[in-house]
Design a protein around this ligand. Sequence first.
Ligand code: SF4
Ligand code: MSK
Length: 662
Amino acid sequence: MPRARTPEERSADPAAIQMLKLAEESGLSTAFSRADTMSPCPIGADGLCCKNCFMGPCRVVKEGQVGVCGATVETIVARNFARAVAAGAAAHSDHGRDMAFTLKAAATVKGSDYKVRDPYKLYSMAETLGVPVDGRSVEEIASDVADIAIAQFGQQTGEVAYIKRAPAKRQKLWRELNYVPRGIDREVVDVLHRTHMGDDQEPDHILDAAIRCALSDGWAGSMLATDISDVLFGTPSPLVGQANLGVLKHDEVNIVVHGHEPTLSEMILAATGDPELLEYASSKGAKGINLAGICCTSNETLVRQGVPSAGNFLHQELAILTGAVEAMVVDVQCIMQALVPLSEKFHTEVITTSPKVKISGATHIEFDEHHAMQIARQIVRRAIDNFANRGETHIPDVSSDLVAGFSHEYVNYALGGVLRGSFRPLNDAIAAGRIRGVVANIGCNNPRVTQDWQHRYLVTEFLKNDVLVVQTGCGAIASAKEGYLLGEAALEYAGPGLREVCEAVGMPPVLHMGSCVDNSRILTVLSQMASEGGLGDDISDIPAVGMAPEWMSEKAMAIATYAAASGAYVIMGTTNPVKGSEEVSRLISEGWRDKFGGRLEFITDPDEILQNTLAHIDERREALKLPKYDASKWGKSGDARMLELVELPFAERQAALYGEMV
Ligand code: SF4
Ligand code: MSK
């Protein structure tokens, strides 16, 4: 058994370290301690265990060994990869389906608690989906948009509609390679069928189906989820917030929402401001009702409403350990079963709300979009009633300020203004070399590696190297906790060129773009950058890299695959689920690069991730015939330079300014 790691080895976050020490002193287990006592199965970890029929499971570990049916290592590894992609795509996309049903309810149910908050986003969806808008009410348009969105899931032939948002060159390539998804559910079923015992047994062919399935997630299910969430709850624009366990309050009722869907959490947020419930909380001795988030429900409510984030994936148990959480309200995905036995040691009530998710021992209050506010109020009232049961609390005094909410619409506006919103200034900054390239650093925490350490290390190095970082999911919360989502971070961490751009535009060097379904926003940004010109005409031309250094979820596999198929170089850290097959590793790397210009690699060494990323960015710059990246050319303008100059004696300052102007 591996030795138990110290709290400092388990997490880079000071709040987490405090709570992990408390857990040890109290003899309570967490995902961190369980990861130390449960070594991963080395055969499964490398993708070499097949459980696809009951002649097995077959473990193919010796040279030339095959399964009972004769399946080779390559087939088994490819099938396992494809099944993980399908599960991830199903989870993301089913979230999109539920959002579409909520939109339908908002449009058609009289007195619905949901309304269209962003009609402009609705019009943009209508345009893509071919819904007429002239002379029609918002509700009529929303109803038709919802119907077509719902139909995208069960569509059997043709092409999913959002594919047309990709660069023209990429669409053509996908059509030639037969990668265009026909319908979302169809592609998930297709992968499950062809990976059943006795079906598709050619690794490259299996991986092609995984790509089509992943694209149905990125360019359909997830993109619909993002768009409809914006229509219903507002398209994000920058707002201030806080992150980490210190956002929990000693003297207020704390409700933590966790999972991925904004539908119920938005209603709970509204209920926490209800004067009657506030009065009720006061009657129970609480000074107020405090809502905080965990994981991507947190990201959804943070980027739109500024609801504070109590932390990322590995903070879910730590929040309960504070003893200050009256209710943890969970919806779907990334919810650890361990929450319930842990909550029993405290007064916290874990409340499941999704028709798809029940956990033994948790309270189940099922969400129904037709009675959303009523259910939200019921949950808030239960949390208030539970306040009196609170015992000793240990809330770490650790939190960071942040600015979040960088939707692609806002980035477009910030760079070009209302009348000439455009990605041109970003493209120009990359072309000139002020910004060396772009990294999308996304994804989860994984207790097998030190929480947040790889996110922090890589983001710090990228900023130093003038690489603009965009983030979603738990990676974004890791940066929030570090203070990287503030404008001041550009002064402290960014290289000279990136700093100048951040100062000119007034943006942080790390842009929080939302939850894990919102990686679709990154696809849109990349498409618009490709369409803008100056950086080639396809996503594969752009000096950009995607990565998930601390990933753990099947959804991350789907994201990595659709990003690679969209033309990006994608790196996944932590572990390598295709390690068992050199052939599959080659196919998803050089094989995909040769076929469609993107590739996927699993690299566990953070320094290698860093070097490969910078090398790829520089190689793309060279291919575009852009000037070689040279940090020494920048830093002679912007606020930092002005601050330096005011320190100089008058004559020297004039000389410096005059010299720089000629
Ligand atoms: Fe074994 Fe083949 Fe069945 Fe897989 S499908 S479990 S390799 S017999
Ligand atoms: S919540 S999928 S741990 S990002 Fe989206 Fe975080 Fe990964 Fe879940």
